[in-house]
Design a protein around this ligand. Structure first.
Ligand SMILES: Nc1ncnc2c1ncn2[C@@H]1O[C@H](COP(=O)(O)OP(=O)(O)OP(=O)(O)O)[C@@H](O)[C@H]1O
Ligand code: NI
Length: 339
């Protein structure tokens, strides 16, 4: 069963300079309890894809085509109020900047406590609050437990601290704790660990992995860093210039990439086992999303481009256990069928 099923998503921005095709025909499926990495260079349309799912694309942007199904429901047919109710309970979001997730005037513990209370019991009647007939103690315990699970030392003491009393890394941990506190079925995370140093990032990724594995939560984890995908995800979707270029299980895509763009991404990652290796730099840049070429979007930068690549952008062809939008994948498919 898939939790999220996005098909043929197109999200465009109408600007003074022209139509920006930020997301241009994306399919994205996330299975039950699956962690999917969405990876690609800056400007490839990762964030706009996640915002489209949540109904959070602001004017002049708009989902112009495609379907978005969550748990079998068509999200585009929901009212703003219904979508709002889904966000934060069934679907939660984590963004890069923890300062936007927390209110500076309230303690971190209080804010996490409020997330639980609102989710579990709806608004509390003022009399109940006055006489204390609520679940405060139980909620506090659950919040402290969540803070502990993301690796915050002495969580009982940190409970009463304000956001500015936390370091950046600690606040990021608290934000991740908050994202799973209501036990959502889907978490959409947009580069929440990018600002951290690599050792701390790896620690948080492994804590997060344990947490969602225990809860059976599905996750879309957006990153421009393919080594994060290797550390965290089950499946990976590689995006470029508004399109999916390749997707498949992490082990296969990372060990035997089929798309030249994925190969380039992998070669530009520093490797701990070969620190002296010269880093490959992919030449050229992402095409202008206003003047999208009809040829393969990667053709101008592709070391393996041939004649056909300059005629039309290829569709996704099946690979051994995934898909790749490349004529090379089609050619190896044709070879196999002949054998
Ligand atoms: N409000 C907007 N108005 C016009 N264009 C926009 C707007 N928001 C995003 N875009 C464009 O949509 C494209 C995709 O942007 P998006 O933020 O999804 O990229 P990304 O893959 O998340 O990149 P990054 O790694 O830098 O976060 C970019 O070309 C961007 O300039
Ligand atoms: Ni982004």
């Amino acid at each position: 069963m898939s939790v999220l099923n996005v098909e043929n998503l197109h999200t465009y921005f109408e600007t003074d300079r022209g139509q920006v095709r930020a997301v241009d025909g994306v399919d994205l499926e996330i299975g039950d309890g699956e962690i999917v990495g969405l990876v690609g260079e800056s400007g490839s349309g990762k964030s706009v894809t996640a915002l489209s799912v949540l109904g959070l694309v602001d004017a002049p942007g708009r989902v112009v085509e495609g379907s978005i199904e969550y748990d079998g429901r068509d999200l585009q047919s929901l009212s703003d109020a219904e979508l709002g109710a889904l966000r934060g309970s069934d679907i939660s979001m984590v963004f890069q900047d923890p300062m936007t997730a927390f209110n500076p005037t309230q303690t971190v513990g209080r804010q996490l406590h409020d997330v639980l209370r609102t989710h579990e019991s709806g608004p509390v009647h003022p009399l109940v609050r006055l006489f204390g007939f609520d679940h405060s103690k139980e909620y506090k315990k659950r919040v402290i437990d969540a803070l502990e699970r993301v690796g915050i030392p002495s969580p009982e003491e940190r409970y009463d601290d304000y956001p500015h009393e936390f370091s950046g890394g600690m606040l990021q941990r608290a934000m991740i704790a908050m994202s799973v506190l209501c036990e959502p079925s889907l978490v959409l995370a947009d580069e929440p660990t990018t600002a951290l140093d690599v050792t701390i990032e790896r620690q948080i990724l492994s804590l997060f992995r344990n947490l969602v594995d225990d809860l059976g939560t599905s996750v879309l984890w957006i990153t421009h860093d393919i080594s994060v995908v290797a550390a965290l995800c089950d499946r990976v979707v590689v995006m470029y210039a508004g399109k999916v270029m390749e997707e498949g299980p992490v082990e296969s895509v990372l060990s035997d990439p089929q798309h030249p763009y994925t190969k380039g991404l992998l070669q530009s990652v520093p490797r701990y086992d070969e620190p002296d290796r010269e880093l490959y730099v992919m030449e050229g840049s992402v095409p202008n999303p206003i003047d999208v070429p009809s040829q393969c979007r990667f053709a101008d930068r592709c070391p393996e481009a041939h004649e056909r690549c300059f005629e039309a952008h290829p569709r996704l062809y099946p690979t051994e256990d995934g898909r790749a939008a490349c004529y090379l994948a089609e050619e190896s498919l044709a070879m196999e069928e002949k054998l």
